[in-house]
Write a protein that binds this ligand. Structure first.
Ligand code: KIV
Length: 264
């Protein structure tokens, strides 16, 4: 199958739903890509699920590049998008260009993603102007956790107008797509109908042009806590737990390795 490029991704709007999952290393990227996903996001959720940080705030440009390099090595077809971490594009346009350029050159990603609407319009435009494709991200933006206080649905009631402005700003700045995170489904539909670029929903209902999930959530790797929008397709954590316990028991009982798993 042909490589998914930015124009191919963008042109799928209104034709066929887009699929996106996160991956943070070579093996997971390879599994997700072979299964036929359209796009792999190396999200800064890396901080939560791979590095054990309490939120995405501490994630660095170097950490994003390190993991994305492995992902691009494991990916043949999917469009690889790298997240710009907190404070890597907030200081100035020059800083945004320097970091995005470095992240593209060193990681091999096809595009960057950054959080923010109206306030990030100039930064998005500056990156697009130097040939760096940008995916926007509005609604619940985890890098704003300290302003928001908690991870909650955005754009309810009076907040809806501001979210619509954010969506328009991202499109006008030249982004090729936008993530809508934790937005009421009716508002997500309104924004999807209004924009000419694809919307990728996470907790934004079924009417977006595509859907993204964190792979650890889909596989049930993180244990009991699950946001409402997450569908766990398999409980891998339980399977892992059982397998590891079997290994421990067999080693202790002298049952592993048996003759079949030994050299002669
Ligand atoms: O970092 C991430 O994984 C994300 C997705 C949740 C959209 O931004």
């Amino acid at each position: 199958m042909d490589k998914v490029t930015v124009p191919i991704f963008r042109e799928r709007k209104g034709k066929e739903k887009l699929t996106m999952l996160t991956a943070y290393d070579y093996t997971f990227a390879n599994v997700v890509d072979s299964a036929g996903i359209d796009s792999i996001l190396v999200g800064d959720s890396l901080g939560n699920v791979m590095l054990g940080y309490p939120n995405t705030i501490p994630v660095t440009v170097d950490e994003m590049i390190h993991h994305t390099k492995a992902v691009t090595k494991g990916t043949k077809r999917a469009l690889v998008v790298i997240d710009m971490p907190f404070m890597s594009y907030h200081e100035s346009i020059e800083q945004a260009k320097r970091n995005a350029g470095r992240m593209m050159k060193e990681s091999g990603a096809d595009a960057v993603k950054l959080e923010g609407g109206v306030r990030m319009k100039e930064a998005i435009k500056a990156l697009v102007d130097i040939e760096i494709p940008v995916m926007g991200h509005i609604g619940l933006t985890p890098q704003s956790i300290h302003r928001m206080g908690s991870y909650k649905v955005q754009g309810k009631g009076k907040e809806a107008a501001a979210l619509i402005k954010d969506a328009k700003a991202v499109e006008e700045a030249g982004a090729f797509s936008v993530v809508l995170e934790c937005v009421p489904r009716q508002l997500a539909k309104e924004i999807t109908d209004m924009l000419s670029i694809p919307t990728i929903g996470i907790g934004a209902g079924p009417d977006c042009d595509g859907q993204v999930l964190v792979i650890h959530d889909l596989l049930g790797l993180l244990g009991e806590f699950r946001p409402k929008f997450v569908k766990t397709y398999i409980n891998i954590r339980q399977e892992m737990d059982t397998s590891i316990k079997n290994f421990i028991e067999e080693v202790r009982a002298g049952a592993f390795p048996d003759d079949a798993h030994s050299f002669h």
